[in-house]
Design a protein around this ligand. Structure first.
Ligand code: ATP
Length: 235
């Protein structure tokens, strides 16, 4: 479904990504793990068209179409939604209005089925439909950011640090919901610092270190790998 080939991205003189290649197949959950500043968010931002690869031989293919250089809203229209780090809901808009914004970019008007799909995964959003997003708890704002992305009916969902700043019980809940969204038919590329949980729900994973992919494989194999256990699983 998604293929990155030879992607390099710089911010001025800072090289954030060096020639990375990765693939996400239809139906998978793929995790991208790595320390702070490894380049995880930059990878997602580049896929979404928010950052441009610096090298000419770079290639990003989504559903057999090359999307490097395409405008971000065109990429959303093609079925790729991005839930950014820090959630970024519209605080002065209601839950309902935030969800509507998620459907704004894609082709076709939102229907009740779109809202029902979001309420199925996030019943709490239905209870809080009129509440201003800025008054929701951190966990509810994460749910809203994910619900808003689902309103665009994505085939591929990019999730950037969904567990950040959440209490452990809520993190578990969010990860169960991510699995449910995947089972319901959405492919997922997940960026996470919580490598333990990320590897638990993923089919495959890539490890990013200072802008380079240093390891890739089945999530269950990486979870057994001694270097990974020491570096990322706190052992
Ligand atoms: P984190 O979990 O801390 O967000 P990350 O793995 O997502 O880390 P990135 O945010 O992609 O890493 O950052 C990769 C590198 O690029 C880091 O050295 C970071 O300081 C740098 N960087 C990221 N965004 C910018 C920017 N807008 N301007 C300059 N440098 C940036």
């Amino acid at each position: 479904m998604l293929k990155l080939e030879n992607i390099s991205v710089s911010y001025g003189s800072i090289k954030a990504l060096h020639n990375i290649s990765l693939e996400v197949k239809s139906g998978e959950i793929v995790a991208l793990i790595g320390a702070n500043g490894a380049g995880k968010s930059t990878t997602l931002r580049t896929i979404s068209g928010l950052e441009k690869p610096a090298n000419k031989d770079s290639k990003i293919t989504f559903k057999d179409v090359q999307i490097q250089g395409a405008l971000p809203h065109k990429i959303v229209e093609m079925g790729l939604s991005h839930v950014p780090e820090g959630r970024r809901v519209f605080p002065d808009m209601s839950v309902y209005e935030n969800l509507l914004m998620g459907a704004h970019i894609r082709k076709g008007k939102p229907d009740q089925g779109d809202f029902d799909r979001v309420y199925h995964h996030f019943p709490r959003l239905k209870e809080r439909i009129k509440q201003l997003a800025g008054t929701l708890s951190g966990g509810e704002q994460q749910m809203l950011a994910m619900g808003r992305a689902l309103m665009a009916r994505p085939d591929l969902l990019l999730l950037d640090e969904p567990s950040m700043g959440l209490a452990p019980m809520l993190v578990e809940e969010i990860f169960h919901i991510i699995e449910d969204i995947n089972v319901a038919g959405t492919t997922i590329l997940l960026v996470e610092q919580n490598a333990h949980l990320a590897l638990e729900i993923s089919n495959r994973a890539y490890v990013l270190e200072t802008g380079e992919i240093v390891l890739e494989g089945l999530a269950r194999d990486l979870a057994e790998n001694e270097d990974i256990r020491k570096a990322y699983l706190g052992e």
